[in-house]
Design a protein around this ligand. Structure first.
Ligand code: C2E
Ligand code: MG
Ligand code: MG
Length: 737
């Protein structure tokens, strides 16, 4: 049997068509070779008889083999090529026969190695067994490559060796294998935890992510129910619903709280699918879940940010709207009113501008706390932004509760705030409106409360005010006024009046304060207290301020020229003008242009401006000073009265506020204070001017404590230009002249 591939059992039987035998003869249609020499001479005759049949049979077998069968001679030329070979390689038998096998079915890059292998085989006569199965890449006629499993067997013939190759296309199998591998990989490396349970819901598999999330390893969970993870946060009802849906739809997904091995509770997004047997019974449950605790926390944070003020932790405007809506519905049901309080700090902006935003912030936080201490747990305190707070008082049975709460808030906010070593006094103005009495909507209530708050401010601040319908008119009026003020400047409705600042001993004066007036076409003369705040809010103050300055400078120059008398005009400047970022260099250029020396202008500022004085403010003051202009502190004594700032900024005049002057005749404390201020000012080289001098008594008291310059109705009211000129003239004309 020589080197035949397989031992050859020889059966002495009649070949039965259709019965497979092991054969040793391969026929390939045309060149058929007998590869098995039957030695048994006694059987030769029988064999010869069978040979014809057998060849036919083998031929059929060769053709119908599921594998491609390729025969090759020792030169590497194809000598056999079955039907399956035609199918998987794309070459017809008659094309393939006689071609080089390597060139026909192997990609170029493998041919060398293959040829070498064959040569080695032929040289090495000892080991002639090649038959192991290998997987290689084969080449189709159209150039595409595909994986095959190959078994090559040498066949010994009289002429030497030939080779038979059984080749199986395994691309399909590969694809399945790869898919399985991928599935296993995903299972192992998935970020999502997975468990598989059997029909009885006992865990039969889990992946590493499961261990990461829950802390349990496979041996700890195998055979157990996933219930072992439950946190107790979901009700039995929840699980019943879940199972119902799962069995009805084949899957369920949702959020659920479970417990880790460590005891920690976490949120997961769970996705369960049921896998059924062909008969419809449950085979497996596959549960996939991911830990969404962080995501939940993040969402909560977002929700918090969307609804709460980060500074004070109070509900913000948005949440206030929701709450107000809810409380209104509650009020509808209970028949009890609710009150909406709108709280605004008086002079908060001043604190913020002068002491800095961090102090402002601390003040707001403290304010929130103080307001919170005045209300019930069930009431809502919210911050609308800036220094605006609101309170919803619900279930009002006794209206006196509204008053009590409002008064308590005013009282608590009126107490000093000690912030960063500064004692700060702020007060609050509160507007109150009622539901359902005053308005039916959230926006209506907010508007009412806002208007009532403005009314409280206008009445002198530090008080509360109920909404009345007439307030609506006042607000409309205000809006109206803004529009009109825009036109006032262009329409020549503004004028500057002048009030002399006199030497009280002899009534002489060489200073006057420029005070703005609005000659309103319908309302007559309107005072600055009414429209300067609007001008500041709308930014109109910049244009108006420019105009006042030029008017003052023009007049000063004319009077000096006309009367030959030195005169200084005092011009008021709002903090808003300093803070706007506008550069007042143009003012200096204007003085140059009209030829007025800088010392003829005094700039009046409030002390609050100095307290905060950032680089911009300091720079502008220095600019004014270096142009020769003088600086006065207006309304001194009403704010911080901090002398240290005066020293730092090179101030010339201190104007003692009218409230001191009017209090001089009282219990003596104002007199003492005024004297102290005058002494301090003298030490700092400042001149003191008393504001609001109305009586002779005040004039004498001021003189007694060393104040010799004053301004007030006692000497003259602020006068229009022509009248002021008459006053000036009469002063300059020699008595009796
Ligand atoms: P102010 O600078 O303190 O001006 C003094 C205020 O006291 C003036 O009120 C003046 O008419 C008033 N006054 C003077 N003497 C007496 C008196 O004997 N008794 C009483 N009761 N009042 C007296 P006015 O003109 O209504 O101005 C109010 C405030 O408006 C000013 O206070 C000033 O802060 C501001 N203001 C006026 N004009 C301007 C301006 O052009 N620009 C800016 N930014 N503010 C201005
Ligand atoms: Mg002034
Ligand atoms: Mg003043």
């Amino acid at each position: 049997m020589g080197g035949d591939l397989r031992p050859a059992p020889v059966h002495h039987h009649r070949a039965q068509p259709g019965v497979a035998e092991e054969h040793h003869v391969l026929g390939a249609g045309k060149p058929q070779r007998l590869i098995c020499q039957i030695e048994d001479v006694t059987a030769r005759k029988q064999a010869e008889m069978l040979a014809g049949e057998r060849q036919l049979f083998l031929g059929a077998l060769f053709e119908s083999a599921l594998d491609a069968v390729v025969l090759m001679d020792s030169r590497g030329l194809i000598t056999g090529w079955n039907h399956q070979a035609e199918k998987i390689f794309g070459w017809e038998r008659n094309e393939a026969l006689g071609r080089s096998m390597h060139e026909t079915i192997m990609p170029l890059r493998y041919r060398g190695a293959h040829l070498q292998g064959m040569e080695r085989f032929l040289e090495n006569s000892e080991d002639k067994v090649l038959g192991s199965r290998i997987e290689i890449t084969a080449l189709h006629r159209d150039g595409h490559e595909f994986p095959v499993e190959l078994t090559v067997s040498p066949i010994t013939t009289a002429a030497g060796y030939e080779f038979s190759s059984f080749i199986r296309d395994i691309s399909g199998r590969r694809a399945i294998e790869e898919r399985l591998q991928l599935a296993a990989l995903i299972y192992q490396h998935a970020a999502e935890a997975m468990i598989v349970t059997d029909a009885g819901n006992n865990i039969i598999a889990c992946n590493p992510a499961f261990t990461r999330v829950t802390g349990y390893t496979f041996p700890e969970v195998v055979g157990r129910s996933p219930r072992m993870l439950s946190s107790g946060r979901q009700t039995g009802y929840f699980y019943r619903q879940m199972w119902q849906a799962l069995l009805a739809n084949g899957r369920w997904q949702g959020e659920i709280w479970n417990r880790r091995k460590s005891g920690e509770i976490y949120a997961e997004w769970l996705n369960i699918s049921v896998i059924r047997n062909p008969d419809g019974s449950v085979h497996r449950h596959v549960a996939l879940f991911s830990d969404i605790t962080e995501k939940k926390q993040f969402e909560e944070q977002i929700l918090l940010q969307a609804n709460f003020d980060p500074l004070t932790q109070l509900p913000n405007r948005r949440l206030l709207h929701d709450r107000l809506e809810q409380e209104m519905r509650k009020a509808d049901r209970s028949g009890r009113s609710l009150a909406l309080l709108f709280i605004d700090l008086d002079r908060f902006k001043e604190v913020n501008d002068t002491l800095g935003h961090h102090v402002g912030d601390t003040l707001l936080v403290e304010t929130a706390k103080r307001i919170g201490s005045c209300v019930r747990e069930s009431d809502t305190v919210a911050r609308l932004g800036g220094d605006e707070f609101t309170v919803i008082l619900s279930g009002i049975g006794d209206p006196r509760r509204i008053e009590r709460v409002s008064e308590a808030i005013i009282e608590t906010l009126g107490r000093p705030f000690l912030l960063e070593n500064e004692t700060i006094y702020v007060s609050a103005s509160i507007g109150v409106t009622l539901y359902p009495e005053d308005a039916e909507s959230v926006s209506g209530l907010l508007k009412n409360a806002d208007q009532a708050m403005y009314a409280a401010k206008n009445k002198g601040r530090n008080r509360f005010c109920y909404f009345t319908p007439s307030m609506q008119e006042a607000t409309l009026e205000r809006h109206h006024l803004i529009g009109q003020l825009r036109e006032a400047l262009a329409g020549n409705q503004l004028e500057v009046h002048f009030q002399p600042i006199v030497e009280m001993a002899n009534g002489h004066f060489s200073k006057a304060e420029a005070l703005l007036r609005w000659r309103h076409p319908e309302r007559g003369m309107v005072g600055p207290a009414e429209f300067i705040p609007i001008a500041e809010e709308t930014g109109l103050i910049l244009d108006i301020g420019d105009w006042v300055f030029r008017q003052a400078a023009d007049r000063a120059r004319q009077w000096i020229e006309r009367f030959g008398h030195p005169i200084q005009i005092s011009v008021n400047m709002s903090p808003a003008q300093f803070m706007s970022g506008a550069n007042h260099r143009a003012w200096l250029e204007y003085l140059d242009e009209i030829g007025l020396p800088g010392e003829c202008i005094i700039i009046e500022i409030t002390e609050g401006l100095l307290l905060h004085a950032d680089a911009g403010v300091a720079e502008q003051l220095t600019m004014f000073r270096s142009a020769g202009m003088r600086i006065a502190i207006d309304d001194f004594g009403t704010g911080y009265s901090a002398f240290s700032y005066l020293k730092k900024f090179d101030i010339d005049f201190l104007k003692i506020d009218r409230s001191f002057t009017s209090g001089l005749a009282g219990d003596g404390s104002d007199l003492a204070l005024t004297e102290a201020i005058i002494v301090m000012a003298g030490k700092l080289g400042l001149q003191v001017i008393a504001e609001g001098v109305e009586t002779l008594a005040q004039k004498h008291l001021l003189a007694s404590v060393g104040c010799h310059i004053g301004q007030g109705y006692l000497f003259s009211e602020p006068l229009p230009t022509d009248q002021f000129e008459l006053l000036l003239q009469s002063m300059l004309e020699p008595a009796g002249g």
